[in-house]
Write a protein of this length. Structure first.
Length: 330
């Protein structure tokens, strides 16, 4: 069976204050700061995905991402004023931007049961503390019926002065880091790259096959980013796209360096927390010791190593990382 192309994802993008929310709504723009979280968000959300803005425990409008751009002259371009933090003394600007088209006009409380998947994440985090939250396809379907269809030309177009753009790059070589242009590869970015790799290759099918499922059933599942649990935060959650009489789940944990017995125990706790409908757990890391492999096997868990097929000193884009990933299951 030939797999369909990946379905668009849906995210709620957290906005820091009312002034910034008003600017996002006015110009149909999303902006992310020159920080590790901002770079991660810019990489995680793709053209064609859907977003709503999140502010004051309410979701605002449903947009589709039209284009993405990272602006080199970010310190001087509108519309958002810089964010200054007294405690750290740092000032953040907004080089990473999404141009959007509004599809539905809505203002909805996250108390609604339709937002339960995201609301649970917020509750267990005791607040936002993230730039964005991925919701599942069920949430997107519900939001697609809220409010009303958007009127045409209801957003102002922000004309920017002449500027240039760049593609953020990543490296393992600290001597080459120059944020936000060249960034140290972080675990969050690696998690996102592996999530997109699972959506666009046969890697998900191979994981299903290892868990005793039909690899041709990959289209029945969706691959979601970080999911909060009382025990912690699952890096990647694979779940039934349309649960019918069952709600199967698979937990993936991603480690940038070598996996350890402690990581295996963490994964085991997540599988236990999700209950009998969690049909497996996979720990993905750079390498494992022989003892860790034996311990994971005794716990009924699976291991996988990742290889980016890149030299240590290479500077590369997120898309190149995603395309270069190779997963080996044990």
């Amino acid at each position: 069976m030939e797999r369909r192309g990946p379905a668009p994802d849906y995210f709620l993008v957290a906005v820091s204050n009312r002034q910034n929310l008003d600017l996002c709504l006015k110009y149909a723009l999303a902006g992310f700061p020159n920080s590790g979280a901002g770079i991660w968000t810019f990489c995680d959300i793709h053209q064609g995905d859907y977003i709503s803005f999140l502010y004051g425990a309410r979701a605002y409008n449903l947009y589709q991402v039209v284009t993405k751009e990272a602006i080199r002259e970010f310190e001087s371009l509108p519309p958002w004023p810089p964010l200054k933090f007294r405690e750290s003394g740092r000032t953040y600007h907004f080089p990473f931007r999404l141009r959007l088209e509004v599809r539905r006009e809505l203002t909805e409380s996250l108390v609604r049961p339709e937002f339960a998947y995201v609301a649970e994440n917020l509750l267990l985090r005791a607040g936002y503390r993230r730039t964005h939250f991925q919701a599942d396809q069920t949430t997107l379907q519900s939001v697609s019926q809220m409010g009303r269809p958007a009127a045409t030309n209801n957003c102002a177009y922000l004309e920017l002065p002449e500027h240039s753009t760049f593609a953020p790059q990543f490296t393992n070589d600290r001597s080459r880091v120059q944020p936000p242009f060249v960034n140290l590869l972080s675990e969050m970015v690696l998690q996102s790259a592996i999530r997109h790799h699972l959506k666009t290759t046969d890697a998900l099918g191979r994981i299903l096959d290892r868990l005793g499922l039909d690899r041709e059933s990959a289209d029945e599942f969706e691959v979601l980013g970080e999911k909060a649990l009382p025990q912690g935060h699952v890096d990647i959650l694979i779940k039934d796209r349309v649960p019918i009489a069952k709600a199967r789940k698979i937990v993936l944990e991603v480690k940038l360096s070598a996996g350890s017995r402690r990581d295996i125990d963490q994964l085991k706790d997540y599988v236990r927390e999700l209950g009998p409908e969690c049909i497996g757990g996979v720990l993905i890391a750079k390498d494992f010791s022989l003892q860790s492999k034996r311990y994971a096997r005794s716990a009924g868990l699976h291991l996988a190593t990742y290889d980016l097929q890149l030299e240590r000193h290479v500077v590369t884009t997120f898309e190149e990382i995603t395309d270069s990933i190779s997963l080996t299951l044990f």
